[in-house]
Structure formats: structure tokens, C-alpha cells
Design a protein. Sequence first.
Length: 196
Amino acid sequence: MGGVAVRWVLLGLLLATLYVGSLALFPVEEVRVEGLRHLREEEVRKALELAPGDPWLWVLPGRVEALGQNPWVAEARLEKPRVGAVRVVVRERKPFLPLEDGQALSEDGVLLPGGAPHAHGPRVVGRGPLPKEALLALARAYPEARRLRYTPAGFWVELPEAVLFAPSAELLLKYAQAPRPKGQVFLYSWGVSQRP
């Protein structure tokens, strides 16, 4: 049994030596972050806890999981193109609908802090809980809309020459393929009312 114990001790010493050697022999020399449009590189590096001098062998792909906590990050991956180099490729969400509070709703329904100035869709105003899916569907169905409004009473779609109202987004979505009238249009399950 004495020989087996000595082998285990030697194996442990070898592994410890390899670990310490990996810390000193292969440091991270370069960290590149690609794909940023709204986030700052310093934010990404801080979330990754990655800096030059860190042991390159122990920089594992799981480090990018911390970036998933940021609503702007749709996807991130870590690559090691050569010894000493680390590249982080980020795909950011795109702001779509600007909200009153300065946030934006992304194309996949995530709230993006400070995204309103970068959003290209119709402005959203309203009262009550934010009906994300309904607003996204309406913005896609009415690409020419200037503003979308929502309240507990229903939804308004403001177009260049008309304002549409319905108590539910579903009625407005069904009406999206109809010719665009001018004036105010009120859609109900029992019919349509129009005012010039």
C-alpha cells in the first residue's frame, strides 16, 4: 500500500506543477470585443472579469454567461483564436419601439434601458401594464404607424392620415390588410364606425 500512496502523491504534485505552470506560461495577452453598438467595451470586460495577464488556459466559454444578464446582449460567444488571445463576439438586441420612459422594446420583446433614441418604430404611449406582444404585432402590421397608444379601454394606431381604435389588438390586426381610410376608424366585433 505504501507504493500506491507514493504514486498518488507524485500524481498530485505533477498536476499541481502543471496547474501553476499554466498560470505563468500562457497569460492572456490580448482581449478583443467585437459587435458592440450600444454597450461600452469596459462594461463587457467588467462582466467577463477578464484582463491581460489572466491564465489563458483557464479562460473558458462559460465566462460569457455573465453577459446574458444584460438585456442588450442577445448572444455572446468566447473564442480563443491563438495562444494568449481572447475574442468575445457580442450580438446586441435591436431597439424597435421607443417608450415614454426612455426605454425601448427590442424586436424580440425585451426592455432595453436608454434605447428609445435608437428605436426606429412608432412611439409607444399608454397606461397600465405594457402589452409587449400586442404592441410588437401592431407595429409589424402597421409599418407606417407614427404612434401606438394603449389603455385598459383598448389600442390606438395613429397613421399619417387616420387614427384606428379597437378594444383589442386582435381586431386591429385583422383590419391591417384592409384599405386605409382617412379620419377616425373605430373597430368593434360587431362592425366598423368611421368619422372624417
